[in-house]
Structures are given as C-alpha cells and as structure tokens.
Design a binder for this molecule. Structure first.
Ligand SMILES: Nc1ncnc2c1ncn2[C@@H]1O[C@H](COP(=O)(O)OP(=O)(O)OP(=O)(O)O)[C@@H](O)[C@H]1O
Length: 252
C-alpha cells in the first residue's frame, strides 16, 4: 500500500509580478515503510514538495494522499497524528525559551492524549536520551542532542510518516552518522515511512530505497538502489549523483 501518493502537484509562490511557478506537475508515490529521497540542484523545488505534504503550504493544485486519504479531506489534528516533519535546524520545531518538557508536552496536550509523563519519557529513551533531559532547555543541549529531541517531538504522537528536510546537514560531522543511524533504526523498529530531502551523499546512500531527481520543479528521473549501483540513468544530474555515490562508497 502506498503511504504517500502525489499526483500532478503544482504550486506558484510569490505575489503579483514576483509570482513564480515552483512546482509544475510532480508525481510519485512512496510505499509503506519505504524511504524515498528527493535530490536535485538548489532551487529545484525539493523542500517545496515537503512543505506541501507537511501542510505548511496550502495553495497547491493536484492531489496528495496519505495512507489512501486525501490530505484536503483530513482534519488537521488527525493529520498531525499521521505526518510529522523534522527540520534541518532543530529550532524549526523547538522554541529556545521552552523546556524540553514543554516542547514534548505541547502536542500531547493539543491532541488531548493521556499518560503525558510516560509518553515523554518513552520518546526520549527511543532517541537515545534519558528522562532527565525533560528539565533542560534547547540551548543547554549539544547540536546532536537537540536534533534527537526534535525527532522525539516528531515521534511523540506516533505518526507513520516522517518528512525529513536535510535532517543532519546542520550537525557537526562527528554526530551526523549517529543521527543517521538513529533515523534508520527508528524506521526499522517502528515501520515508519520517510520522505527526505538531502544534498548529502552519506544520507542518500544510507537512507534511501529510491530517489527522485528534481529539476526546475519537475521530477526528471526516479532511481532505485539497484539502478544507482548499475549507473544507468539518463539525466545528467542523476549520472553525476551516481558517479559521486560510487566514489563515496569506495571511500568509506
Ligand atoms: N514563499 C515563497 N515565495 C516565493 N518563492 C519561493 C517561496 N518559497 C520558495 N520559493 C522559491 O522556490 C524555489 C524552490 O525552493 P525550494 O526551497 O523548494 O528549493 P530546494 O530544491 O529545496 O533548494 P535547496 O536545495 O537550496 O534547499 C526557489 O527558487 C525559492 O526561492
């Protein structure tokens, strides 16, 4: 079953004479439990796709469905229990003046969930932290710990789909691999579906079952891992990606 279906997604952004078509008919689907990457040159529209799926942008045309249910027909609170996003910068979801306890409790309170303490402690343990972190503030954490808390917050409502916008690129190289491993483990353990944007070959290599190459608001090629290893791709960016990916594999 498809966890994410995107049909003919298009959007224009900007106002008046500055309005610009950013996505021009994007189509792909992601199977349940699959990790699907969006790659492409800067400005090709990768993050815009994620923002449409996350409902951070609403003025799009086309169809987005999660677990066979159209996004437009899904109430916001139900959507938040199914789809969550992890940003490049953990402060995308954490407020500097909110304790970790407040940050984790907020979604539980909004969704009128029970057993707050137990769920918050469990969420921290799942990302490799301890319940003692509830008393701290984001600025009292290392970059890696802060991103772990942001992941815990994304997972606290037990969603089935995570949108990952360059989840490790703002981290020190020494902790990037740890966070990547955590994300892979979580997907395997919880059967999560990932839609992720990355420029980082380590992330692509480590995380993606398939990836779509975007250019000027369109998908020009969809590759799976088997194709990546054979090097058969028609799009020049995809060929470049494969060449770099092979070099990366040889280097590690
Ligand atoms: N609200 C907005 N108003 C006008 N233009 C926008 C808006 N949001 C994004 N854009 C433009 O849409 C284009 C695609 O942006 P997007 O962030 O999706 O690209 P990207 O492929 O993720 O790039 P990068 O890899 O650099 O993050 C860019 O030209 C950007 O300036």
């Amino acid at each position: 079953m498809s966890a994410i279906e995107i049909e003919d997604l298009s959007i224009s952004l900007g106002v008046g004479v500055h309005a610009k078509r950013i996505l021009g008919g994007v189509n792909f689907s992601v199977e349940k439990g699959e990790s699907f990457g969006l790659v492409g040159e800067s400005g090709s529209g990768k993050s815009t796709v994620l923002r449409c799926v996350a409902r951070l942008l609403n003025a799009w045309d086309g169809r987005i469905a999660i677990n066979n249910k159209a996004v437009r027909d899904t109430p916001q609170d139900e959507y938040c229990r199914t789809v969550q996003m992890v940003f490049q910068d953990p402060y995308g979801s954490l407020h500097p003046r909110q304790s970790i306890q407040t940050a984790l409790q907020e979604p539980l309170r909004i969704q009128r969930m029970d057993r707050h303490q137990e769920r918050m402690e469990q969420a921290l343990i799942e990302v490799g932290l301890t319940p003692a972190f509830l008393q701290r503030y984001p600025h009292e954490l290392s970059g890696g710990q802060r991103q772990r808390v942001a992941i815990a917050r994304a997972l606290i409502l037990d969603p089935s789909v995570l949108l990952l916008d360059e989840p490790t690129s703002a981290l020190d190289v020494s902790v990037q691999a740890e966070v990547l491993n955590l994300l892979s483990e979580l997907r395997a353990r919880k059967g999560l579906t990932y839609l992720l944007v990355s420029h980082d070959l380590a992330v692509i290599d480590h995380m993606c079952d398939r990836l779509a190459v975007m250019q000027h608001g369109h998908i020009v090629e969809i590759l799976d891992r088997a194709v990546l290893s054979t090097g058969r791709a028609t799009d020049p960016y995809a060929r470049e990606l494969i060449r770099a990916s092979v070099e990366y594999d040889q280097a590690v």
